[in-house]
Write a protein that binds this ligand. Structure first.
Ligand code: HEM
Length: 497
């Protein structure tokens, strides 16, 4: 037992013992059960290293806990793989599908194709049609607030002057994605479907953690503890989102005409058929198209909304932030129209608040795990091929040398001479390199647009009217989330409706 616990690859980074079955997994959790970023920092301190090495079961796992090394790993190609885990397999019906959990030629081809098409639809540059669609959805929400919900589904999200976060923001983000895929969005009668996708997106994010959870180390847990291990949620939540897209894709296939390329789904089908005809084989398939739609959709229905929710929670703790955003929006936009993305460069404080919340409240603390594609080195240590490598983005976002006062929420740190200076933003909430978040532009622009419209239209307070004393406990999942909650909104600037 002693020998086994101390057995390590040669020159592997220092770290905890390899205990039976789970290796060092429970040791990390014991450092900070609900906060793997903090746990990583504590392990790094304990072993006096920037790179921690341990084993999850028998699989080598490296945790990188240093701002410079984090960037290095994200930028070096030999770290670009993804582990082949049960989590990824369950989602794809035991096949390796989608974008998040695939790698190599398949991932590269599918990511490049989708982003090449979606580049003009708000994923590379601004898309006015997408902005109009998201603005229209926001106006519908304002209408529900003003005139009251029409049914029980609406009441679950908007009830009098109370709104339910983060799901209040489901409609514009998810309908936005549907617009990107199909060039049309769902009308108000179908919003309950979007709320269902939103609930499942958030549920999926909570089915595991940044290290894959116990299920990835001991997949047999799916048979004996399907609910507790997260297996059930992973399967069911993804199945619901996939089913939602299956119907949209089937409809596109049924009405497909080679001569007209109506939208992304058509162009994907076209490429699939072309490649099959010419080469008799292809990485394109209807199943993969379902997974692509799912992989772009669930972060929209959870991640981007959670960042906005974190920021609203911060405003309920530090009331002056809300006052400053209101002051800026009123001065720049006025009272006769809603803000647009044209206003972004003139609303530096509002934009800085989004950047500061993503720095101070890291959404994906250990990023999405990478895999080494070959034997390699980091900080002098040897990392064998097929090692899972996670970068602790919190080690960068809370680094004292980089930020001076990382513990303070201070959007002004990004503002110089009254203007936003993006050069001052050293945070990497979306990662970097070839695995950079595929939705960064969509997320940044969507969050800004919705935040600006929301703050232009409402004052926000707690249900009991008292300021919050502190942030709520985070739920550690694939991303960090806070529990859903109701907040009170008081209309302002309503003449735009
Ligand atoms: C504020 C919100 C968001 C944050 C902070 C965020 C952050 C991240 C991070 C850290 C990664 C992993 C990067 C890596 O592997 O090193 C990632 C991957 C990804 N994100 Fe996001 N994300 C957000 C929103 C979105 C949205 C709205 C979408 C889609 C519309 C999206 C789509 C993706 C995809 C497809 C990947 C996988 C990329 C790949 O493996 O090639 N994300 N994101």
């Amino acid at each position: 037992f002693y020998d086994e616990a101390h057995k390590r690859h040669e020159n592997f980074p220092p770290g905890p013992l390899k205990l039976p079955v789970y290796g060092g997994y429970w040791i990390i959790l014991s450092k900070a059960y609900k906060n793997l970023g903090l746990a990583t920092m504590r392990l790094a301190k304990q072993f006096n290293t920037k790179v921690v090495g341990l084993y999850l079961g028998s699989c080598p796992q490296v945790l990188v806990n240093d701002p410079e090394l984090v960037k290095e790993v994200l930028l070096r190609e030999e770290f670009d793989g993804r582990m082949d885990t049960i989590l990824g397999r369950v989602r794809g019906g035991w096949k390796k599908l989608g974008l998040f959990f695939t790698d190599g030629f398949f991932w590269h081809t599918q990511r490049r194709f989708s982003l090449r098409y979606m580049r003009d639809s708000g994923f590379g540059r601004r898309c006015e049609h997408l902005e109009e669609a998201m603005t229209q959805d926001f106006k519908e929400l304002m209408d529900i607030v003003k005139n009251g919900p029409k049914n029980d589904d609406e009441k679950k999200i908007i009830n009098g002057d109370l709104i339910y976060l983060p799901h209040f923001f489901d409609v514009p983000f998810l309908n936005g994605m549907i617009y990107v895929f199909t060039k049309s969005s769902l009308p108000r009668e179908k919003y309950p479907m979007l709320w269902e996708v939103g609930r499942n997106s958030l549920g999926f994010q909570r089915c595991s953690n940044d290290l894959g959870g116990a299920l990835c180390i001991t997949p047999w847990l799916k048979n004996i503890l399907p609910k507790f291990s997260g297996y059930h949620d992973c399967l069911e939540r993804t199945a619901t989102i996939k089913q939602f897209f299956r119907e949209i894709i089937q409809d596109a296939i049924d009405t497909y005409d080679d001569k007209y390329e109506r939208h992304f789904i058509d162009s994907y089908i076209k490429r699939m058929r072309q490649e099959l005809k010419e080469n008799n084989r292809t990485t394109y398939s209807v199943e993969q198209l379902e997974m692509i739609c799912t992989d772009y959709t669930f972060p929209s229905g959870s991640g981007a909304e959670m960042v906005m929710t974190f920021l609203i929670e911060r405003m309920l703790i530090q009331g002056e932030i809300q006052d400053k955003i209101h002051e800026e929006i009123d001065r720049v936009v006025g009272f006769d129209r809603l803000p647009t993305l044209d206003d972004r460069c003139n609303l530096p404080y509002t934009e800085a608040c989004l950047r500061e919340i993503m720095r101070s409240d890291t959404l994906v603390p250990l990023g999405i795990g990478h895999r080494t594609l070959t034997d390699t080195k980091i900080d002098g240590y040897t990392i064998p091929e097929n090692t899972s490598v996670s970068v602790n983005l919190m080690s960068l976002h809370l680094d004292k040398k980089t930020w001076g006062d990382p513990e303070n929420f201070r959007p002004e740190r990004f503002i110089k001479d009254g203007k936003l200076d993006v050069g001052l933003d050293k945070s990497l909430p979306f990662g970097a390199g070839r695995r950079l978040c595929a939705g960064e532009t969509f997320a940044r622009q969507g969050m800004f647009l919705l935040l600006a419209m929301f703050m232009h239209s409402y004052h926000v307070s707690t249900v009991d009217g008292k300021p919050l004393k502190s942030r709520s406990k985070r739920i550690e999942g694939l991303i960090s989330t806070r529990p859903e909650f109701w907040v009170r909104i008081t209309p302002r600037n309503q003449s735009v409706l």
